[in-house]
Design a protein around this ligand. Structure first.
Ligand code: CA
Length: 434
């Protein structure tokens, strides 16, 4: 997973992050794009914790051979304490993995609507499997809750989202994948840092080189931790002396709990809940930067369910599909999940799945299913159209970030539409018609 500073997990199968559908249908991690950079297909890779880059620039072809790169990297590894013998053993026979390069450079044209992502993430099969595992691991989960203060249902939900409860953890050599990305990836420094961390994990003896498998982006094991997150947060909870998130579900669940604890999780507090907005609501308030207490939201006319929340808890309004879809007030625990994977769709899926295990929530029905997401090229056109009209959406990179949302709101207000900052086909048509 990840590193708290950037968000813990990693781009595992992240390719799919964006909603990109087809390709990711099977990937446990496929994160939709709901959000911002996260949502944008382009940022696919970003969804994983640990990944925060937003650039889409493709790297130039390497100017040196892989072997020359490796030989230049070796002293850096030795300088952080990696033994020469271990380095040479870990790199024996390692060559660039072209499938990793291809995945890293992939810029999916189509993305999956958030409701389809949630349909897959919260399938009846996954709910039943999670319920069975909650019962099976009850004793372990009680011990983990007591030690780390993280609710069992959310841990099992993350386990389901990351690796389908350990069934899909990635089958690529982490050393080979990260070496490939350090040599010719889009973010070579990030990959190099992860590679150094991976070598230190091997040296620590948590896993043998042959067993260190993960996603193309280096997300490892049942929690899909990236190596730096592993080193900062993985724990040996079953007491065998190794932090084994690949083969020990106990270690994996406790490691995820340790990470969420460090991310500010509060035991027994809600992650968020669905709310109703009054007619005439100012949708510009639905922004992760606008935080208010439940009392303050209520004063804005927001109708909240009868769920106890700390009086000082700061919440923001999340509209995963714009003003035509469901609205959620989300709290600190939601932001803790985002530290694991910085995608609102992902965090929403984890929250809802955790509640489906005990049937304590209904899934929203009011999705605008007739509203197809913009493709990558349509998002770029949207940004270009907004810029041409003076709205300053930032670079035309297809990523719907804060600047683009602000520009969309400006245009929506100018033509009398609800200013939810949410890009739609209808909005693009209005821009084209101007
Ligand atoms: Ca262990």
């Amino acid at each position: 997973m990840f590193h708290p500073a950037t968000s813990g997990r990693m781009p595992g199968l992240l390719l799919c992050t964006a909603l990109a559908l087809s390709a990711c249908a099977e990937a446990p991690n496929a994160t939709p794009a709901l959000d911002t950079p996260t949502l944008a297909p382009a940022s696919t890779v970003n969804a994983a914790p640990g990944n925060s880059a937003t650039t889409e620039q493709l790297p130039a072809e390497p100017s040196i051979s892989f072997e020359a790169w490796r030989d230049a990297f070796r002293p850096k590894a030795l300088a952080v304490g990696v033994q020469a013998e271990l380095f040479d053993r870990a790199f024996a026979g390692v060559s660039p993995d072209l499938s990793v390069v291809k995945a890293d450079r992939s810029q999916p044209e189509f993305t999956r609507p958030v409701w389809e992502y949630l349909d897959g993430a919260i399938s009846a099969t996954r709910v039943r499997r999670g319920q069975a595992l909650l019962a099976q691991h009850s004793g372990t989960l009680t011990a983990i809750e007591q030690r780390y203060g993280v609710d069992r249902n959310v841990l099992v939900a993350i386990w389901g989202m990351e690796s389908s409860f350990g069934q899909f953890t990635g089958d690529k050599s982490v050393i080979r994948s990260l070496a490939t990305l350090a040599y010719e990836g889009r973010r070579p420094q990030f990959a190099e840092d992860q590679l150094l961390a991976a070598l230190l994990i091997l040296q620590h003896g948590d896993i043998a080189p042959a067993g260190m498998l993960g996603s193309w982006a280096g997300a490892m094991g049942q929690t899909q931790f990236i190596p730096t997150t592993f080193n900062s947060h993985a724990v040996d909870f079953d007491g065998d002396g190794r932090r084994d998130i690949w083969n020990s579900s106990t270690d994996a669940l406790a490691s995820a709990a340790h990470y969420l604890q460090a991310s500010g999780w509060k035991l027994g507090e809600p992650w968020g809940y669905q709310v109703a907005l009054p007619s005439g609501f100012d949708y510009a308030l639905a922004d992760s930067d606008v935080r208010k207490t439940v009392t303050e939201w209520t004063e804005q006319g927001v109708k909240v369910p009868a769920v106890a929340v700390r009086a000082d808890e700061q919440a923001y309004l999340l509209l995963p599909a714009g003003h035509r879809g469901p609205a959620y007030l989300v709290f600190g625990n939601f932001r803790a999940i985002l530290k694991y994977n910085n995608s609102s769709a992902y965090a929403l899926a984890v929250g809802l799945l955790s509640q489906r295990f005990d049937n304590s929530v209904q899934l929203p029905q009011n999705w605008p299913r007739d509203d197809l997401p913009l493709s990558r090229s349509e998002r770029i056109e949207l940004q270009e159209q907004l810029a041409a009209r003076g709205y300053e959406p930032g670079a035309a990179d297809s990523i719907i970030g804060a600047n683009t949302r602000k520009a969309i709101r400006g245009f929506q207000q100018s033509i009398g539409l609800p200013a939810d900052g949410y890009p739609t086909q209808h909005l693009l048509q209005r821009l084209r018609a101007q």
